[in-house]
Design a protein around this ligand. Structure first.
Ligand code: MRU
Length: 363
């Protein structure tokens, strides 16, 4: 997508320096900083410190990490070492393990002399596939927005609500939940998006920045406002992303998503999840019981980052000195609260039968 008129992906390969370039998302939306990722430690830090974040982007980054490992030492021992080193960087988003497994399975079959070139080619493929998956999620989600638009009285926009950032910054391009929004806006559909701030890390600010850059009308709201807006008929549909979805359609996403789903159910607001197929964990059935929830640094809750009056970026403390913080980073929305899953192959019910019918070769 575009930043100040220039097209960007959230990561790209620097052919000259033979390194990965990323956008260091810790400084957004206030400062746009590019960064080179050149060592294995850089890769681990980029993922664990959330310079890159969002399930699909974490997966693509890890694939480039495997490529770097193979360029340094293409032995099977180093392949396993790199897999283990990168796998522990973040626990919840399944795309990380999906990408690492895909790389490992492919590279294991090759002679060591071919691994470095092939690993880089595979990382490019994973990144390109992600773009195409998300573009197709947008095509399918657009139909839902079009149907709502047809029913709206003239002059009233389609009102969407989203949580966290399932935007292009969370993927390689397009985003998952935002892809239908961008495509609806490009199709001249009148729409407006309520953007949850998404404490503690305020990824909603990234979503607002993306929507603003693309000209999509939106309003930044506190996390607690969604239920009230739904009660008053101000939300036509919720679309969120996912970091891991179980085979029966339980959706693990950024903390607070579950509360939106409960409010949506109580108010008959359709609750859709944009789901790229690499985010399905076919080994998990009961998402609530089985998906590991990342517990992040307590400082993320007791402090908040923002732009100060002089334009610099700083952290301030919001809780009393010495107060303990608690910071589960994700929650799971059970499938019975999910109206439908918007995948790259079409929209389906949040159920094992429906997911299996759409992705028989993966199930
Ligand atoms: O902790 P993050 O920022 O990596 O969390 C990921 C997310 O942004 C969301 O949970 C998102 O909705 C799913 S990823 C497309």
């Amino acid at each position: 997508m575009k930043v100040n008129g220039k097209h960007y992906r959230s990561l790209w390969w620097n052919q000259n320096d033979h390194v990965l370039e990323i956008i260091d998302q810790r400084w957004l939306p206030h400062d746009f900083r590019e960064q080179q990722v050149a060592t294995m430690q850089d890769f681990a830090d980029a993922i664990s410190e959330m310079r890159v974040r969002g399930a699909p982007l974490i997966g693509a980054t890890a694939a480039y990490g495997m490529a770097l490992a193979m360029a340094e030492d293409s032995s099977t021992e180093n392949l396993e070492k790199a897999w283990t080193f990168l796998e522990k960087t973040r626990p919840t988003a399944v795309n990380l393990r999906w990408a690492l497994n895909r790389c490992r399975q492919h590279l294991q079959t090759l002679p060591e002399t071919e691994r470095a070139a092939s690993a880089l080619k595979l990382a490019h493929e994973i990144a390109d596939e992600d773009v195409e998956i998300n573009r197709n999620i947008g095509v399918n989600g657009l139909q839902l927005i079009q149907e709502i638009a047809k029913r709206k009285p003239a002059g009233e926009p389609v009102q969407l609500l989203t949580h966290c950032n399932a935007g292009w910054l969370a993927t390689v391009d397009w985003g998952t939940a935002t892809s239908p929004m961008f495509q609806a806006h490009d199709a001249n559909i009148d729409l407006h998006v309520w953007v949850d701030e998404t404490r503690p890390r305020n990824q909603g600010a990234l979503t607002a920045w993306e929507l603003g850059s693309h000209g999509v009308p939106h309003t930044y709201i506190t996390d607690n406002a969604g239920g009230h807006l739904m009660q008053h008929g101000q939300v036509d549909m919720v679309i969120v992303g996912t970091d891991r979805t179980s085979r029966r359609g339980d959706v693990c996403n950024k903390i607070g998503t579950y509360l939106k789903a409960l409010a949506a159910k109580d108010n008959n607001v359709p609750f859709y999840v944009a789901l790229p197929s690499p985010t399905i964990d076919w080994s998990v059935s009961d998402g609530v019981a089985e998906i590991p929830i990342e517990q992040r640094n307590l400082r993320e809750t007791t402090h908040i980052q923002g732009k100060t009056a002089d334009g610099s970026i700083d952290w301030v403390q919001v809780s009393p000195d010495g107060t303990a913080g608690g910071n589960p980073a994700f929650d799971v929305t059970p499938n019975h609260l999910v109206t439908g899953l918007i995948t790259e192959r079409g929209i389906c019910a949040a159920s094992e039968d429906a997911l299996t019918a759409l992705f028989p070769e993966l199930a």
